[in-house]
Design a protein around this ligand. Structure first.
Ligand SMILES: Nc1ncnc2c1ncn2[C@@H]1O[C@H](COP(=O)(O)OP(=O)(O)OP(=O)(O)O)[C@@H](O)[C@H]1O
Length: 459
């Protein structure tokens, strides 16, 4: 059985000893503040080291047999990344990370549930007890509300900015995790620009968009004649990015046969072109991103555990837009300015009512979807509520037809809107995978890429 459980009375901090007193960081408007979240502890009841306990030191805490967990329990029935607890508005939320033997909470198999103080978890043959402690953990929150192109004032966003600032100050490999459209590629570029490598190149390789057999040559290059069609020598992205940063987007899609090759680059800082005899050194910083939880991929043996270890030196999670509605006024203003909205349009699209509507929408496509919606509002010159996307096709067509415009111009605008809607829906249907979308739509992949870039649906 799998379900989501909430403790009674969750939703607002209760006063009992087992409730979360403060799940939101404090002092959110003040510069340089750090937030506080309630601390908790896990104690092993049955397992390899009974009595051993571990306190949380941030707002999330993971348990598993892999060395990157907060509580490492080395026992064969415990998965590498077994489960995670995150303190949120409602309490301490437990998530099973697709573990092999599952997570059993007080006798019930759960995937997602809220914990009470004294809850007993069974992970394979190990059992642990969860308790809240009276102390709090302080979280580091940036005093900035912008980082590169990204803006946001919510504590979760500013906590991610704090990590991005730290990442920029170092040369460590970074793993960015977040749903599609949350701003991962902008974050990667902003980290590069704020780093000592800013004057060097920044190269993006979308590991999900390039067929596996071409990806190796795209990344590492090839020698002339190394395979059929290799009519001349080609420099790969790692060599091209020398002295700068390479952004490996959708790293979760990296084919199994390329994973040890990337691992070697990260470990030894050297690459070998396809068909070459020897290795050559490269000086490149790697930032990777994924919309998946790579820990579940590691559990399922689809992603190498040692590669995850090397990539996640700094792991930054960019939350979904629905988890940070406080960011919406700033983000909307930034987007409207970028579209060149005039002061009247800005005023019409920043009324408290309209902003509240935006803040209550689910935005499965995150900031990208918000941007598309705002663009439509500008085109239609109307502060449409987000669910107005459902308006009938006829109403949309009617609003596009403006007989005061020359025919050619009216047609161009209508086509423009159609194209964007089509591409947006196509990408959503195929989970953002461009190659797959191109095949399904019977389009050339390179042409689809060009269209996506024109509509700013891809960078
Ligand atoms: N915090 C933010 N402030 C302003 N704009 C943002 C923010 N986050 C995202 N955006 C905008 O949203 C759009 C999508 O961002 P981006 O392409 O970086 O997302 P992504 O997570 O890399 O998406 P995908 O996984 O689909 O590649 C961009 O236009 C970006 O500028």
């Amino acid at each position: 059985m799998s379900h989501t459980e909430r403790p009674q009375g969750a939703g607002r901090p209760a006063e009992g000893p087992d409730s979360v007193q403060q799940t939101r960081p404090t002092g959110t408007g003040r510069p340089g503040t750090s937030g506080a979240v309630r601390r908790f502890r896990f104690t092993v009841l049955e397992g390899p080291q009974p009595g051993q306990s571990k306190d949380s030191n941030a707002d999330t805490f993971s348990i598993g047999s892999h060395g990157l967990n907060d509580f490492v329990i080395e026992e064969p029935t415990v998965s590498r990344f077994h489960c995670e607890v995150k303190v949120d508005h409602d309490g301490a939320r437990l998530r099973d990370l697709d573990s092999r033997n599952g997570t059993v909470l007080d006798g019930v198999h759960v995937r997602d549930a809220y914990l009470r103080g004294g809850s007993i978890l069974r992970l394979g043959r190990v059992s642990v007890r969860f308790d809240f402690s009276p102390e709090t953990n302080r979280l580091l929150i940036s005093d900035r509300t912008t980082f590169g192109e990204l803006v946001g004032s919510s504590p979760v966003t500013r906590a991610s900015f704090a990590l991005m600032e730290r990442a920029a100050a170092s040369d460590a490999t970074v793993l960015l995790e977040g749903e599609t459209g949350t701003g991962k590629s902008r974050a990667a570029f902003a980290i590069h620009q704020a780093s000592a490598r800013a004057s060097g190149p920044f190269l993006t390789v979308d590991c999900g968009a390039i067929p596996g057999n071409l990806l190796e040559s795209e990344l590492f290059g090839h020698e002339k004649g190394s395979f059929t069609g290799a009519i001349q020598r080609r420099v790969g992205a790692f060599e091209e990015a020398d002295g700068g940063t390479i952004f490996l987007d959708e790293i979760g899609e990296l084919p199994a046969e390329l994973q040890p090759k990337l691992l070697r680059v990260l470990e030894n800082k050297e690459i070998r072109r396809l068909g070459a005899n020897g290795y050559q050194p490269v000086n490149v910083r790697v930032i990777a991103a994924t919309h998946r939880d790579l820990r579940a991929e590691v559990n399922a043996a689809r992603f190498r555990s040692d590669l995850f270890f090397r990539l996640a030196v700094v792991r930054i999670i960019i939350p979904a837009l629905r988890e940070r509605p406080e960011d919406i006024p700033l983000i909307a203003e930034r987007i409207l300015m970028a579209f060149g909205a005039g002061s009247e349009q800005l005023a019409a699209l920043s009324t408290p009512e309209f902003i509240a509507q935006l803040q209550h929408a689910a935005w499965p496509g995150n900031v990208r979807e918000l941007r598309n919606h705002l663009e439509r509002c500008l085109v239609f010159q109307d502060a449409m509520p987000p669910d107005a996307e459902e308006v009938s096709a006829q109403a949309v067509l009617r609003s596009l037809v403006d007989p005061k415009q020359p025919y050619a111009e009216a047609r161009r605008r209508a086509l423009e809107v159609f194209e964007r809607e089509y591409l947006d829906a196509l990408l959503k249907l195929h989970g953002g995978k461009v190659s797959q979308a191109a095949t399904a739509a019977d389009m050339d992949r390179v042409y689809l890429y060009r269209l996506l870039r024109r509509h700013r649906l891809r960078t």
